[in-house]
Write a protein of this length. Sequence first.
Length: 92
Amino acid sequence: MGQNEIRPYTDLEVTKKYTIREFSADVEQKDLLWHMDKESRKIEIIEGNDDWLFQFDEALPIPLTQVASVPQNTFHRLIKGTGKLVLKIYKL
């Protein structure tokens, strides 16, 4: 992301092992961009409705509750559900 771009989430807590990240109920789908991460990650849902979806490139969206890990350098995105979403993201 560029220096002046606003991220579609807020990091509530950041440690060397994990980040707690919140996506507001008001986030717009257009702001949830395809992206890839430099390290593998494990995702744990702390709070959120089960209508938020997760999608890997060239795959059908799946309920976020089914996602356990995201390999490094793999394109993926979130698909907005209702209500806010809070994730605990572990860097592997």
